[in-house]
Design a protein around this ligand. Sequence first.
Ligand SMILES: C[S@@+](CC[C@H](N)C(=O)[O-])C[C@H]1O[C@@H](n2cnc3c(N)ncnc32)[C@H](O)[C@@H]1O
Length: 332
Amino acid sequence: MISDVNKGLTMTQEEFVMIRDFIHEKAGIFFAENKMYLVQNRLEKRMAELEMKSVRDYFYHVKYDVSQKEFNRLMVLMTTNETSFFRNEPQLICFSNEVLPLIIEQKIQSKGAKRLKFWSAGCSTGEEPYTLAMLIMERLGSLAGWNIEIIANDISEDVLQKARKGVYSGLTLRNVKPDILSRYYNKSGGDYAVKPEVKALVKFSQINLNVSRNLSLMSNMDAIFCRNVMIYFSEEVKKQIVRGFFNALTPGGYFYIGHSETLHGISKAFKLVYFKNALVYQKEAGQVGATATRGTATTTLSKARTEVPGVANGASRAMDLLSKIKPMTVKK
Ligand SMILES: C[S@@+](CC[C@H](N)C(=O)[O-])C[C@H]1O[C@@H](n2cnc3c(N)ncnc32)[C@H](O)[C@@H]1O
């Protein structure tokens, strides 16, 4: 039962800075001074559960909890886990109808391994990586001969537990077309369970993106989705994480961020590609590694918007491929 011991909890400026800096150092998430009351409100309920009166006590409790359980709780409190299936459809149509055919074609042409590797970084409760799995299955049909891996991770073990279960209901399904619903979910009462063949493509694990070592373990990604995650990070953390994403991409690989996010001021290493349905960042083929702000391809965002390097070719080539590859049923 939640006691009312913390009703009207007051947090001093010093306590705010203490907990704010701890969250920033550990998770990269930054709260400016004007977010003090938000942090206080979010801590209030948890501290009441623990019957703690002082933020300082809570700070030591979370800092020295070797099990990391309290840190996980804190992450749930401090982040927004909002997500849904087929979130931001134009980006996904772009992936399915334009980017994926290019990647597949390139793999076939190069006569290398028929292997596709994607990363949903900050996957929350799993809707994003499962959506990608469904799009790939729609595109490739039987998947025969293809080795497909979707790595999905989040800092919060709580959301990952729900993701691994793969059972959903309500609003998160609002953008799922009826034919996709019947092909890729098993209905049970009001719940929809993602089918085992979809789940088999996705590997969930807990990863803190703010730990460079975690990013350095990732490699050969054909595309990375880190949508609506970096909005919480400070600039310096964004730069470091984006550098890690760049290095994790295979040359020619694509990087999706949230549709209202930008790499402006964060990285010049990527090329911005204008596809028909969305803008996507790309690590140009031939690029190996880069720092976030000093890459070998120095196309700035504004420059890319006017020059649109390589886009006309890429997009029309993708459209040509559409005629050869199984049509995408979620297309509007
Ligand atoms: C708003 S959700 C985005 C989910 C999905 N990418 C989408 O766009 O629908 C943001 C997720 O980022 C996760 N996150 C925040 N900081 C993180 C970090 N340092 N490492 C890994 N995940 C983090 C949160 O736990 C949350 O689940």
